[in-house]
Design a protein around this ligand. Structure first.
Ligand code: TRP
Length: 454
């Protein structure tokens, strides 16, 4: 390779670097509040079994496909398609990824900002002595405001931009290598505290006992959607990260370890939340309420609640931060490589533009509550368009691209690092990429269009 390919391209230093970064991306708000409640409402153990099957049979191959595209092309999400399929419309998948990154970050940073407010409230021990009604009122007043939610969102965007600004090795890799082990320690500490509460067994039963009577077609599709969102597939995040992976790193091993870690942390999140919820006889609520209302209520009553509330909201903020970093990098890499801007300029421009869009998401709970289109606020639309439409479509096109366009020879060359490693399941992976994954994801997509939430 010559010319532009020889430009010094920042990379991860090795296997540990890409694993920390990719696990950081995968483990996010999706794992910590969405996974436990979705699992709980869909039959617990039975749902978990289906979810695990999807992670293994579909999530893992799709993740590997995305990483392969990026590492082969050595480009951003859009540039990768342009390079591997010159003159073909495949680059539109990259365009959709960039747009999705804008919208995801806009609404994700709203909720990420809330985690900072709650971290500060925890530090001030402000849940102590409040009852459920007061804590619900507390959340209502805060998140429907204007100044504080916006301020926290901007601070969160600033933190994200700061890490991205510092580069791949000195930014993303350096911070995820510090933050992810910290997250694991915190989640283990809170899980153990939760498990040692009297009556925690009920929560575990709720989470793990397989109740197949609760499994419906809908819950199967929910499992697939959750698996895709949780692994950060379908948007080009892993194409971008894949482009920073060294040629001699074992790509299937990386994809496997990332899938496994993300799943383990989702299960730990369930172990952390449900025993506590059941120990205090609280109904497992869904959505933002579970984390921002129910958990503060539990911390207010629990011995050691002050310190564990700090741990919990700190780990939630960390989980969100290492995910927002991975979304911002998609846009910044695109600005740098395709629009030939410096990293500094790209970061400032992308973060500012996204923050402007983000204001609409944040104010959707307050001043812009009434600004709805077809009953949905800006926040709802950003979430709906990305999770239910762009991600499934992106994932389908990514597997079709690798399965049918790149083909077996190039894919096999990439995952074996040019024959350096032996991969025994290449044929099986190709079958999944060509047929199984596109069909399964298409079902989720159609279901999403019919009105169900992913
Ligand atoms: N996986 C993250 C979570 O569970 C969210 C996320 C980060 C994401 N980057 C992504 C989702 C790219 C889809 C695509 O919270």
């Amino acid at each position: 390779m010559a010319g532009i390919d020889n430009q010094e391209r920042d990379t991860f230093s090795g296997k540990l670097g890409i694993i920390a970064a990719a696990v950081g991306s995968a483990v996010g708000l999706g794992n910590i509040w969405r996974f436990p409640y979705v699992t709980g409402e869909n039959g617990g153990g039975a749902f978990l079994l289906i979810y695990l099957l999807f992670i293994l049979a579909i999530g893992f191959p799709v993740m590997l496909a995305e990483l392969s595209i990026g590492r082969r092309a050595q480009r951003n999400a859009l540039g990768s398609f342009r390079k591997l399929a010159p003159g073909k419309p495949w680059y539109l998948v990259g365009v959709m990824g960039i747009v999705a990154a804008f919208l995801i970050l806009a609404f994700y940073s709203t909720v990420a900002g809330w985690t900072l407010e709650y971290l500060v409230q925890s530090l001030g021990n402000s849940f102590a002595g409040k009852n459920a009604g007061e804590l619900s009122e507390n959340f209502e007043t805060f998140h429907s405001g204007t100044f504080r939610p916006l301020l926290w969102q901007m601070i969160f965007m600033f933190l994200t931009a700061f890490i991205i600004f510092s580069g791949v090795k000195k930014g993303i890799e350096k911070y995820t290598k510090i933050l992810m082990p910290l997250l694991v320690v915190l989640i283990l500490a809170v899980s153990i505290r939760s498990l040692t509460l009297p009556g925690s067994g009920e929560g575990l039963k709720f989470l793990f006992s397989p109740d197949f009577s609760k499994i419906t077609w809908n819950s199967v599709l929910m499992a697939l959607g959750q698996a895709a969102f949780s692994l950060s597939i379908g948007m080009g995040t892993l194409i971008t990260y894949g482009s920073y992976v060294r040629k001699d790193n074992h790509l299937p091993g990386i994809a496997f370890q990332v899938s496994l870690s993300d799943t383990a942390i989702a299960i730990l999140a369930g172990v952390m939340i449900f025993p506590a919820v059941f120990a205090y006889g609280i109904d497992p609520a869904s959505g933002p309420g579970l984390v921002f209302v129910v958990l503060p209520n539990i911390f207010a009553q629990m011995p050691g609640g002050h310190i564990f509330s700090i741990f919990f909201f700190l780990l939630l903020a960390i989980a969100a931060l290492t995910s927002t970093v991975s979304v911002l990098e998609v846009v910044v890499a695109y600005f740098c490589e395709e629009l030939k801007m410096t990293r500094a300029k790209s970061t400032i421009l992308a973060a500012t533009a996204i923050s402007v869009v983000g204001v609409f998401a944040t104010l959707s709970f307050g001043p812009l509550k009434g600004a709805t289109i077809a009953g949905k606020t800006f926040f709802d639309w950003f979430e709906y368009l990305t999770a239910n439409i762009m991600l499934p479509l992106g994932a389908i096109f990514i597997v079709l691209f690798v399965g049918w366009y790149l083909g077996r020879k190039a894919f096999s060359d990439e995952i074996t690092s040019g024959g350096q490693y032996k991969i025994a399941i290449t044929g099986l992976l190709m079958f999944v990429l060509k047929f199984l994954a596109p069909m399964a994801i298409a079902m989720v997509f159609i279901y999403g269009l019919l009105g169900g939430s992913l």
